[in-house]
Write a protein that binds this ligand. Structure first.
Ligand SMILES: NC(=O)c1ccc[n+]([C@@H]2O[C@H](COP(=O)([O-])OP(=O)(O)OC[C@H]3O[C@@H](n4cnc5c(N)ncnc54)[C@H](OP(=O)(O)O)[C@@H]3O)[C@@H](O)[C@H]2O)c1
Length: 260
């Protein structure tokens, strides 16, 4: 029987490359993003190229009720998920008190609340079937506070903490939870989050989304609990555990600061 993976945030970047790998592996896909046109292009390309079934659901996950609407679509078509990947996420660079409050709420809603709601709606069905995989896309930002991206880093700390705890609760059920924590990756994310002026990005070599997706795919298949991707990300995650908190904060601030 064919398997099905639902992936959010598939119209670009890491989500698009992850969707491609699941398609190559023969999974049918349920793909979720806001842009109907881009989703349509992904659906048409993947159906043609990989001969799989693709259900495209256009939803803004930062809006109330979006996860429920997605699950309703699945139930209507009697689609059972083998894999759920909560990938869609946004960031915002700049001083916290100068950021648009609406954007801050949108970010928390998408990065933390929608991920939690979708997982809460789908996990019980996986547990009752005794199989399934959940993957949440965290970040190197999950491991320490991020001055100039304070809320984004906090949402990613939430993703790591939540996913690790969930994986323990799920042990013995046949369902796994994996938190994928990539380092900086060359996607539209930097532009969308206005990070171009940050020291963390400018002139730095970034990971490719293809590389990140390949390692993420392997980790999800192996049911790893935490998968940190990239040498610098691994080093930073390690340093955040061994250095005093005040020093971690200062280093993070100097690395994130805007170049004037
Ligand atoms: N790039 C990095 O340096 C990096 C590093 C570590 C972790 N991450 C994480 O990796 C994940 C993917 O990011 P990316 O770098 O691949 O970014 P990206 O290229 O900007 O892709 C983001 C995807 O999310 C979708 N999306 C955005 N807002 C949405 C909303 N409200 N509802 C539904 N879908 C929405 C976008 O599609 P639409 O615009 O069509 O909705 C797009 O498909 C994010 O969780 C990010 O935090 C990124």
């Amino acid at each position: 029987m064919r398997k099905t993976a639902l992936i959010t945030g598939v119209t670009s970047g890491i989500g698009l490359e992850l969707a491609r790998l699941f398609a190559i592996a023969g999974y049918d896909l349920v793909v979720v993003s806001r842009s109907k046109d881009k989703l349509k292009r992904v659906k048409e390309e993947f159906e043609r190229e990989f001969h799989i079934g693709v259900l495209a659901i256009a939803q803004d996950l930062s809006l109330d009720g979006a996860p429920e609407r997605i699950v309703k679509e699945l139930d209507k078509r009697e689609i059972e998920l083998d894999v759920l990947i909560n990938n869609a996420g946004v960031g915002e660079f700049g001083l916290f008190w100068e950021q648009d409050p609406e954007k801050i709420r949108h970010m928390i809603h998408l990065n933390a609340l929608a991920l939690t709601d979708l997982t809460r709606l789908i996990v019980p069905k996986m547990v009752s079937r005794g199989r399934g995989r959940i993957a949440n896309i965290g970040s190197v930002a999950s491991f320490f506070p991020g001055p100039y991206m304070a809320v984004y880093f906090a949402t990613k700390a939430y993703v790591l903490s939540f996913t690790q705890a969930l994986s323990e609760e799920l042990s013995g059920t046949g369902v796994s939870a994996t938190c994928v924590c990539p380092g900086r990756t060359a996607t539209g994310f930097q532009r969308e989050s206005h990070q171009e002026s940050s020291r963390a990005i400018k002139g730095k070599r970034l990971l490719s989304p293809e590389f990140v997706a390949r390692l993420a795919f392997d980790a999800i298949m192996k049911r790893d609990v935490v998968c940190i991707i990239g040498f610098r990300a691994k080093l930073n995650a390690l340093l955040s555990k061994v250095l005093p908190l005040w020093l971690v904060r200062r280093i993070a601030k100097s690395k994130m600061a805007p170049i004037r």
